[in-house]
Design a protein around this ligand. Structure first.
Ligand SMILES: [Zn+2]
Length: 398
């Protein structure tokens, strides 16, 4: 094979083989929506294999146009687009079944997204069967790929990778707000803004509200309060996933790892402060029961101490020294590596979550540094760029 043949092959099959935007479904989807989204940056850059955005996507300047996007991506409900996101197809009410035929994307987990154009006052709302997304809540574009083993982990019965597929290639139908389900008419539905939760709805031996007050006034209280109020940037976080994971760990400590109490506290925090400082919805509000259960379990497993009235009650962030040592050893060996590569290294027999926590602590302590190459973050030991092999160092621009 000569050089030009090799090039043409690598161009027609870019290294993002699992990428969304090169896919046929994505091209047809683009043909349907490009004119609808005209004048906006409708697309959100999403980490390949996942549904997580890289950016504060509520800001238009952090979003992409149709020609800029590569790999996994999501679309925002711009220009009066409205998404009906069905998670539980067997539970959809007649009002959803009665909607006109429209553009539809099937998700890798058995649900689907319906695309509509709808003028009028609308707000995001959640139901037992799914959500109506009209304001800053994105849905994944077809062609995007989910890695069930890596991303979904144990909370999914699928394995390998699967794609969001364009299952009905039609113009997005026009509907009126009255055709959408009324979040106030159903007992189970909650309009996100109107959600109200009682502190005492959970049966525990302690009073949740007074524990939260204690946490706010304790040693790390300022950061706790920032996390509680969704001021994730004040708490030192640039993305809401890690910020919320941290809040859950703190709640695990203060609420003695009682998952029901933690869930109740999250409901309260999110009803008092439904949006983050970046104006995203709190992730807790946006995600379904599986996400909530997994994050609760992960938090209780991550925190190894808990509040007891007799101690002064200091929440101690908990990445074990062993994990940090293992990560350091892997980095010494790999020189520059992604968190996945570190997690796969022989030295680190740990979950990716633990690895990421260790990397985060090291980063805060300036032990390590990182750089972004395209879509990947590469970590290396601070001031040790010179040990990274020349070729890779040049690729990473170090
Ligand atoms: Zn999955």
């Amino acid at each position: 094979m000569n050089r030009s043949q090799r090039n043409s092959i690598s161009e027609s099959q870019p290294h993002k083989a699992s990428a969304g935007s090169g896919n046929d479904d994505f091209q047809r989807f683009r043909d349907r929506l490009e004119s609808v989204t005209e004048g906006t940056h409708p697309l959100v850059d999403i980490e390949n294999g996942t549904k997580e955005s890289y950016q504060q996507h509520q800001y238009e300047e952090n979003r992409l146009t149709w020609s800029e996007v590569e790999g996994n991506c999501a679309i925002m409900p711009v220009n009066n687009l409205a998404f009906v996101d069905v998670d539980e197809p067997d539970e959809v009410p007649d009002v959803i079944r009665a909607l006109p035929e429209t553009l539809r994307v099937d998700s890798p987990h058995g649900g689907y997204h319906l695309y509509f154009r709808c003028n009028g006052e609308l707000e995001n709302s959640k139901f037992d069967w799914g959500e109506v997304r009209v304001d800053t809540w994105y849905v994944m574009a077809p062609g995007s790929v989910i890695d069930h083993d890596g991303y979904c982990g144990d909370d999914c019965s699928h394995s390998g990778e699967s794609r969001y597929e364009l299952s009905q290639d039609r113009e997005p139908a026009r509907i009126t707000p009255e055709q959408l389900p009324d979040p106030t008419a159903s007992e189970t539905a909650q309009s996100v803004q109107q959600e109200e939760v009682e502190f005492d709805s959970v049966d525990v031996d302690f009073h949740i509200k007074s524990r939260i007050e204690k946490a706010k006034n304790a040693k790390h209280g300022e950061q706790f309060t920032a996390l509680w109020e969704g001021r994730y940037r004040d708490a030192g976080y640039s993305d809401r996933s890690t910020a919320e994971a941290d809040l859950l760990c703190r709640l695990a400590f203060w609420l003695e790892k009682d998952e029901k109490a933690m869930a109740c506290a999250m409901d309260i925090a999110c009803s008092e402060h439904p949006r983050t400082d970046g104006m995203s919805p709190r992730k807790w509000l946006e995600r379904d029961g599986v996400y909530r259960e997994t994050s609760l379990k992960s938090a209780t497993a991550t925190v190894d101490n808990e509040y007891s009235g007799s101690t002064s009650g200091t929440y101690r962030p908990t990445v074990s020294k062993l994990t940090k040592d293992a990560v350091f050893e892997a980095l010494m060996d790999l020189k520059a590596a992604t968190s996945t590569e570190i997690a796969e290294h022989d030295a680190t027999d740990r979950s990716k979550r633990q690895i990421q926590n260790a990397l985060k602590e090291y980063d805060e302590q300036d032990v390590i540094d990182w750089t972004k190459d395209g879509r990947q973050v590469y970590y290396y030991i601070a001031d040790c760029e010179e040990f990274i092999p020349d070729g890779q160092r040049a690729e990473l621009g170090l």
